[in-house]
Design a binder for this molecule. Structure first.
Ligand SMILES: C[S@@+](CC[C@H](N)C(=O)[O-])C[C@H]1O[C@@H](n2cnc3c(N)ncnc32)[C@H](O)[C@@H]1O
Length: 354
């Protein structure tokens, strides 16, 4: 498969809107036809984890229009793909979405490959999720993956030691995109001598948490083979209550070394509970002298909300430090918030002030 075909393949699985796609018009129509049929329609991954019917309709409409245009140009009649018959109606509901990613050493191999146009798909990892196609559904934002998760995931892929062999807790984990990446990194980095890693995924919403578990367990995801993943309903606001069980749950049961959160600062009224939950999670454990860190990815939508979060962090005797983001884009296609880019996301490290 050449690089342009691979881009098209991952765009299809990543649900990139057809207006943003580039059609490989310089190839012969037979070659393109065979790519659409063999690499996309008959792809075993596609058969098992297809994008939504709505997305397929738009994609194939775009593909067919371009094929027809090319056929007119190349005076060819070969355009067999229409016969596959994608149904034209159905509820705008859920879709499988697949994101491709690879470890930094493999992406540099890709760049230095003698055949620059060739992509070795076997070096690519995937993260597949069943997710809603609307931003808010059933009153929650958690049934989609948000840009901040993509940015934090890419930061972890570039710095896998942050989660490898660690006890990790994610707050507001949504449907599990970041969880799939963390679990995959923990397994890819595991050695026979390293401590066994663990991962706890938490969210306030039962439906979101159930979807998260299902996505983590999809057999195509490396996370399905992780031996030590826990799921827990956790509402940050409960941390403000006296004698809240959150403290013993987090410290006795999980005792996290790394706490992660993506796009969990969006509603000013949730900030006090969230910050208290972070403080509890960072509390030194009685039985080990582990240094605990939180890394949070915030999408800058409202300066005042971000300021309020950081001032609550200070008021709870914690320190925050902004982390440098060394990439401009991520390998994940941003389909929820099309109008914003990685520049709108900030990464902070939070630790207890000593
Ligand atoms: C914008 S979504 C982000 C989801 C995911 N981290 C991502 O970046 O794709 C915010 C998440 O926070 C969760 N959430 C909202 N309020 C919460 C609360 N009080 N306690 C715990 N989680 C909460 C929501 O259910 C949702 O999954």
């Amino acid at each position: 498969m050449n690089a342009q075909q691979f881009t098209l393949l991952r765009s299809f699985f990543g649900l990139t809107p057809p207006v943003a796609l580039s059609f490989p018009s310089h190839c012969s129509i037979n070659l393109i036809n065979s790519f659409f049929v063999n690499d996309i329609l008959l792809n075993p991954h596609f058969q098992q984890y297809p994008p939504s019917i709505q997305y397929q309709q738009r994609f194939w409409k775009w593909a067919i229009e371009n094929l027809e245009e090319l056929a007119r140009k190349q005076e060819s009649e070969a355009c067999q793909i229409c016969g596959k018959g994608v149904p034209l109606q159905g509820p705008p509901a859920y879709s499988f979405v697949t994101h491709f990613w690879c470890m930094p050493e493999q992406s540099s191999e890709l760049l230095t490959s003698p055949n620059e146009d060739a992509v070795d798909v076997s070096h690519q990892h995937t993260a597949t999720l069943l997710e809603s196609r609307t931003m808010i559904e059933s009153g929650t934002t958690g049934l989609r993956t948000w840009l901040a998760s993509f940015v934090l995931a890419q930061h972890l892929i570039l710095n896998p030691d942050l989660v490898a062999s660690k006890r990790v807790l994610e707050l507001g984990s949504g449907i599990g995109f970041l969880g799939i990446i963390i679990a995959s990194l923990q397994q890819l980095q595991e050695t026979s001598t390293s401590p066994s890693p663990s991962l706890w995924l938490t969210d306030v919403n039962d439906e979101v948490l159930a979807r998260c578990r299902d996505n983590m367990n999809l057999s195509c995801n490396l996370s399905s083979r992780h031996q030590n993943i826990g799921y827990m309903k956790l509402d940050w606001s409960e941390s403000l209550e006296e004698n809240s069980p959150i403290s013993s749950f987090i410290n006795d049961k999980i005792n996290p070394e790394v706490i992660l959160g993506a796009d969990i600062v969006f509603d000013p009224s949730l900030i006090p509970g969230l910050v208290r939950t972070i403080k509890i999670s960072l509390q030194p454990s009685n039985c080990s002298a582990t240094f605990k860190t939180m890394i949070i990815a915030l999408t800058l939508r409202n300066e005042e909300t971000m300021r309020s979060f950081l001032s609550h962090v200070r008021a709870e005797s914690m320190r925050s430090e902004e982390l440098l983001i060394v990439f401009e884009t991520t390998p994940f296609f941003e389909t929820v918030e099309r109008d914003i880019s990685c520049e709108n996301v900030k990464l902070f490290r939070i630790i207890t002030a000593t």
